[in-house]
Structure formats: structure tokens, C-alpha cells
Design a binder for this molecule. Structure first.
Ligand SMILES: [Zn+2]
Length: 430
């Protein structure tokens, strides 16, 4: 600004800027209310779920509270589902660096989810049990919803405008061509069951093991191309809020996303979850474990008192200023537009099964206070000579530096190679 600029003009600008920052702070402070309901009908006793509404990003600080919801649909026994329910959350949280602000924390969460899923799988397999499980894991922090999943327990989002979107992908060989190709490329065989000389029956499965899923936690007796690397999606809801419906395939084999969402509209979350389960069983009967969690993200009450005309005027000025300020950033502009029409802003989506891609580059390799590096997956301390870069020897090694983090311990490095079909794992590759 020119030094001779009008003083009063400048003062006006400062006071408006102060108002704007107050307005933006208020906007940030308005957290939605989270309500949930859960219902289940058991047939095999292999569906498990978890609900935690009291997690805190900063222990002891209630304004950093977030909620976690999970569904774990086990197969060949329930041990993997129970183990995952007990350990997945702590494994994910221990992979988030300490002392992060909210935005950084939400950013770090996407990678921590990958590490937490792989660590849970590795530790469960070390117990030598053969069962496996799907895992659909949902973290709700104010308006931001982060979903990580392996298997076919789906999470959908129903928004005020009536738009329904799916926040997970089904890792089923029958429907997922990409996963079929990945499994085949890693040395697995994909085919249906067949009687000797008879017709093929049932869904596509991969061999060895005969699993219909291409990703899961556990399952040590199937090929290691059945990986625990989750599909992760992060979205920010509009200020109108929305409803999440998380359910096992007992629901989704009976109901489409549309039908499930519509069957419970207008009901509070507790009744909604029961209604979805009832509707599924009404449609196909109780063929499978059928579990549903409904989570409502409800906007705070908007003051219904009309604003006095003068104040309204200031608000209009603020709004136009905010808009102009934000229009410098096209992403923000788009987000604002989407939010205005009640559409969800997509922040992140990644489904690759390759660990090197998912753990990414890490220029500021996390060093512990003891001066050691930690394994990016299992978080064990590594001596400087021990750590193997996630990029070492990979197809990325031309563009990335093998001495660059994140680092893996020898054990996790072995696991990574096996998942990518680089190590024989009892599978005969022709
Ligand atoms: Zn490790």
C-alpha cells in the first residue's frame, strides 16, 4: 500500500479483516453432532463391530474429540475379526506422528491407516491362525470423514440433497477387474469352483486358498497376493451434514446402496440401523451375518432469529470479500461452490496395493528421541544400518532414492516383497 494512502480507509480494511478472521474462526468452531445406531442379525457369528466416540487427538482436550466406527466380517473362524477389532485402532494411531495440528493430523492419517492395517495383518499372521476378516474402518473428525477398507464391507454416504455415494470399493474378484489383474500378475490363479468334469459354480475365487476377496486381514493360508493394504478415501461434508451407512455383505448382497439409504431416511440413527437390517432380511432371508452401523453427522443448530438489516448488510460484504479472497485459490473456490449446493468435497482417494506408493516419499524421515529411525509399518526402532528404504530395489528406484525414507524393518520389507509377488510364498508360479 502506498505510504500516502488514506488512514481511515486503511483502518476500515483492518477492522473488516478482523471480522473476517472472527467469522472464519466461528466457522471452524461449529462442530457437527455425531449420532449413531447399530443393529445385527447373526448366522455364523463372524461379524464384529466397534464404536468409539470418545477418542481425542490431544489427550485431555475435548475439542480434539473424534469418533471411530468399524465393521469386521470374518471368514474361516472369528479370530481375525476379533483381533482386528481389538488392535487396529491403536496400530493406526501409533503410526501418526506426535504433536500435529488438526489439518496435519488428518493428512498423516491416510498413511497411518495403511501402516496400521499392514501391522495388524502381520501381527495376526504371526499367531499362526488361519482365519481372515474384512475391515471397514471409519474416522469422523468434525466434517471430515476418512474411510479405509479391505474386503467387501461397504460404507456409503447419503447427503441432504439425496445424492448417495460409496466411500469404499468392493475387493471382490467377481466384480473388481483391476484386483483380478493384480492377483494374476502377482502369481495367483483366479477361477470358479468346479466338480470334476462338471460345470463351474459360484463366484470367482483365487487360488491357493479359494477366497472370493482380493484383500483382507489375516488369511495366512492363502497366497500373499491377498493383501491388507486398504483403499482409503477422505471427504469433507458440506455444512448440511450427512449419513453414513456401514454394513457387512449380509446387507449389500440383499440391498443396493440406493435401497438401503432410502429405506431408513427420516429415522434417527438407532432406528435406521435396525430398519436396514430388517429390510435386508425381508428381501433375502437371513443368509449371512448381517451387521449395520448408521452414523449421522448433524449440523449445529442455526440461529433462527432473523438478522437486523444493518448486520445483514455487513454479512453480505463479508461474504463477497471472503469469496474474492478465496477465488485466488481455484480448489477452495470449487470447494465453496460444492459446499453451497450440498455436495461433498473429495480430499483424497487411493487404492493401490503397492506399499511403496502408499507410504510415499519421506524427506523428513521420522527420528525418535533416541536418535533411531522407526519402521514405517510396525513402528519398531531401527538402527541406522538396519532400515531398508521402502523404495530400495523397487520399480520406483530410478526416480526415488533408495536411501530416502520411509524405512522398513527387515521383517516388513519381506512382507512387502511377498505381497508384490517378488518372493515365492508356497505358490507355484508357472
Ligand atoms: Zn516393521
Amino acid at each position: 500500500m502506498a505510504s500516502g494512502g488514506g488512514r481511515s480507509h486503511r483502518q476500515d480494511f483492518v477492522s473488516l479483516a478482523a471480522l473476517i478472521s472472527r467469522e472464519m474462526k466461528n466457522e471452524k468452531m461449529e462442530k457437527p453432532t455425531v449420532r449413531y445406531g447399530q443393529a445385527a442379525q447373526s448366522r455364523k457369528g463372524e461379524d464384529y463391530f466397534m464404536v468409539r466416540t470418545d477418542c481425542q487427538r490431544i489427550p485431555g482436550n475435548p475439542s480434539s474429540t473424534f469418533s471411530v466406527f468399524g465393521i469386521f466380517d470374518g471368514h474361516n473362524g472369528n479370530a481375525a475379526a476379533i483381533y482386528t477389532r481389538e488392535h487396529l485402532l491403536s496400530h493406526v494411531l501409533s503410526a501418526v506422528p506426535r504433536g500435529l495440528g488438526r489439518e496435519e493430523w488428518l493428512h498423516a492419517l491416510k498413511r497411518a491407516l495403511v501402516a496400521g492395517f499392514v501391522k495388524t495383518d502381520k501381527e495376526f499372521q504371526n499367531r499362526g491362525e488361519t482365519s481372515g476378516t474384512t475391515a471397514t474402518f471409519v474416522i469422523v473428525d468434525a466434517w471430515t470423514v476418512t474411510v479405509a477398507s479391505v474386503g467387501d464391507s461397504r460404507c456409503i454416504l447419503d447427503t441432504q440433497g439425496g445424492a448417495i455415494s460409496t466411500l469404499t470399493v468392493d475387493h471382490r474378484l467377481e466384480e473388481n477387474v483391476e484386483e483380478r489383474e493384480r492377483v494374476t500378475a502377482s502369481g495367483g490363479e483366479v477361477g470358479r469352483l468346479s466338480m470334476v468334469g462338471g460345470p463351474e459354480v459360484g463366484p470367482l475365487r483365487c487360488w491357493p486358498g479359494g477366497l472370493c476377496l482380493s484383500r483382507s486381514i489375516g488369511d495366512m493360508d492363502v497366497g500373499e497376493f491377498i493383501v491388507p493394504v486398504p483403499y482409503v478415501k477422505q471427504v469433507k461434508l458440506s455444512k448440511a451434514g450427512g449419513r453414513l451407512i456401514i454394513a457387512s455383505d449380509g446387507v449389500w448382497d440383499a440391498l443396493s446402496s440406493e435401497v438401503a439409504a432410502k429405506s431408513c431416511r427420516g429415522l434417527p440413527a438407532e432406528l435406521a440401523a435396525r430398519e436396514v437390517v430388517k429390510e435386508a432380511i425381508r428381501t433375502t432371508g437371513l443368509r449371512d451375518d448381517t451387521t449395520c452401523i448408521v452414523v449421522d453427522i448433524i449440523p449445529p443448530k442455526i440461529s433462527e432469529e432473523p438478522l437486523p438489516p444493518k448486520k445483514q448488510n455487513i454479512q453480505n460484504i463479508l461474504r463477497s470479500l471472503l469469496f474474492r479472497k478465496r477465488s485466488h485459490d481455484s480448489a477452495n473456490k470449487l470447494a465453496k461452490k460444492l459446499s453451497a449446493v450440498g455436495i461433498v468435497e473429495e480430499l483424497f482417494e487411493e487404492g493401490s496395493a503397492m506399499l511403496a506408493e502408499r507410504l510415499g516419499n519421506d524427506d523428513s524421515a521420522v527420528q525418535t528421541t533416541s536418535g533411531l529411525f522407526t519402521c514405517a509399518v510396525c513402528q519398531v526402532d531401527l538402527a541406522p544400518s538396519e532400515g531398508i528404504s521402502v523404495h530400495a530395489g523397487s520399480i520406483f528406484s530410478t526416480s526415488s532414492k533408495p536411501w530416502q525414507g520411509p524405512f522398513l524393518c527387515a521383517d516388513c520389507r519381506n512382507k512387502k516383497d511377498a505381497m508384490e509377488g517378488k518372493r515365492p510364498s508356497g505358490v507355484q508360479v508357472a
